[in-house]
Structure formats: C-alpha cells, structure tokens
Design a protein around this ligand. Structure first.
Ligand code: 5GP
Length: 116
C-alpha cells in the first residue's frame, strides 16, 4: 500500500492550497516551485504512487487529467503558443512526489525537451 504524500493533504485541503480545478477524479493547483511562467500540477484524487502502478480502471482518471490540462491551458492563455505535459517516474525520471502528477508547463518557449 503506497504511503500518502503531501498531495493527498492538498486534495483534502488539510494544507490550504488554492485549487485551479477539482472534481470527483482529479485536482489541479500551481507548483510551489515553478519551472516556467505557468507551472500547474494535475493529479488524480486517488493515490497512485507511480505510473508503474496505473491499472486499467484508472483510464478514465488519466484521460480526465489531459482534458483538465487542456482546459487550464486555455484558461491560462497558453493554448495557441503551446505548452508541455510531463509525468516523471521513479528516480531516473526525476520523480520527487510519489503520487502521480502531470506537470503543465508553458508561458514561454521551453527549449529542448531534455538537457543532457
Ligand atoms: P516530480 O519531480 O515528482 O515530478 O514533481 C513534484 C513537483 O511537486 C515539484 O515540481 C515540486 O515543486 C512540487 N511540489 C512539491 N511539494 C509541493 C507542495 O507542497 N505544494 C505544491 N503546490 N507543489 C509541490
């Protein structure tokens, strides 16, 4: 059983964080340490530790994460210029919080996908 992270507390608003979106499946809020002018996290309400732990029953939730990303990108005014969606997995992927999340990054030209 995966251990809860700070994100579960944000979902339940035990740690007050302004929410940009919340429904029965997903929650979205701004990243505390933004890596771009717009940096939003979209997360499932259900605790899924890594993308390795996703199961078929999660497909609706994962699809919702993308439609919410699209909606927020539009609201933030970055749809036409474009943006990047990222999900990191485990140590090589650079995952820090073990509750899956989609990063929505934009507001400037983001450059190459990876710097090596
Ligand atoms: P990861 O590296 O796991 O893909 O990304 C985790 C992200 O969560 C980081 O960008 C980090 O800044 C963000 N983050 C970590 N703790 C908090 C928090 O308490 N509040 C918010 N809003 N973002 C957080």
């Amino acid at each position: 059983m995966a251990e809860e992270t700070i994100f579960s507390k944000i979902i339940r608003q035990e740690i007050p964080t302004p929410l940009l979106y919340q429904d029965d499946l997903v929650t979205a809020f701004r990243d505390i340490s933004p890596k771009a002018p717009i940096h939003i996290l979209i997360i499932p309400n259900k605790l899924i530790a890594t993308t390795n732990d996703v199961v078929e029953d999660d497909e609706l939730t994962l699809g919702r994460m993308i439609t919410v990303a699209k909606k927020l990108a539009f609201e933030e005014g970055i749809s036409d210029d474009g943006y990047r969606l990222i999900m990191n997995c485990n140590s090589h992927g650079g995952q820090e919080v073990y509750h899956i999340h989609m990063h929505l990054l934009g507001g400037k030209r983001l450059g190459p996908m990876l710097s090596v």
